[in-house]
Ligand binder design. Sequence first.
Ligand code: FMN
Length: 343
Amino acid sequence: MSTQLLSELNLNGLPLKNRVVMASLTRSRAGIDRIPNALMAQYYRQRASAGLILSEATVVSVQGIGWQQSPGIYTSEQAEGWKQVVHAVHGQGTPIFLQLWHCGRASHSDFHPKVGLPVAPSAIAIAGDSIHTPKGKKDYETPRALDTAEIPAIVDDYRQAAVYAKEAGFDGVEVHCANGYLIDQFLQSKTNKRQDNYGGSLENRYRFLDEILGAVTSVYPSDRVGVKISPNGNFNDMGSTDYRETFLYVAQQLNSKKLAYLQVVDGLEFGFHDLGEPMTLSEFRAVFDGPLMGNCGYNQETAEAAIANGDADCISFGRPFIIDILPALNQRLQRGILTDSDS
Ligand SMILES: Cc1cc2nc3c(=O)[nH]c(=O)nc-3n(C[C@H](O)[C@H](O)[C@H](O)COP(=O)(O)O)c2cc1C
């Protein structure tokens, strides 16, 4: 079958051998010190048939932790540990970006007793779910709303994380603005009720992300920085009535940044807020000129179609890469046998 998915792509100057991207997948294998290890290097090496690998979400600070044994990028030991992963993936001729993560309210004080309560734009707890903490399954706590004066230090954590990522050899970083984590919490009206310069208007809700992008692009050029958003998602109790207005504004602002790419979780298979018509890649294409990456629930046919009709430049796959134990998702794609029943 003819394939554009397996054709080369120039990602704003970064050559990719194909348009299959491995999406970020938290695997919780980094131990309590959150230092990447040989098992993780092997896991990523096995999946380096992708054109680009996006690492699992990696916390930029102790305050940002919200998942057991997920890796970090806030100590030199963690940066050192990541080197073996980068080396393994580069050995297969594949670039790899590190995904930068702060969980915000999707956390619990059991993860960081010295920090105390999780932080968020506003003191609004995640409803209808619980969290696996180091001390067992617990209800979400009501987070502490960040003081305006605390925000520059968090922005600087992202800058420092990018410095460590560069030291580890990553080709770029992805700023995780999806799935109801801290940056998404700032962007969305459901979770951001602030009265200061970081809340209220679209411009104010976007400001935190803008400052973080300013910080990480002081380390990496903007064409080595990607952004992931999930305008349709309800994961972590998200979904705001003004989602379309919010995310079109965000994409318009990002357009001037000349980023490596914008990754949009447009598919609904990771949860849909059902607040109206889902946003589509073509809506983003209309306001974002740079490389666009679709994600969520894609199979070979839908991925090929999204590229063929110009909606996406590349597609990231998450769950199909988990089950592909002995890699080469693209070998299956080449043979035309990636179907919905695989994911
Ligand atoms: C086990 C698992 C772990 C995930 N971890 C992350 C993560 O660390 N960062 C992230 O942005 N998304 C994460 N996701 C979401 C995926 O990146 C992706 O957006 C989602 O699985 C939809 O794509 P798919 O339908 O191809 O799987 C995770 C998903 C799964 C199933």
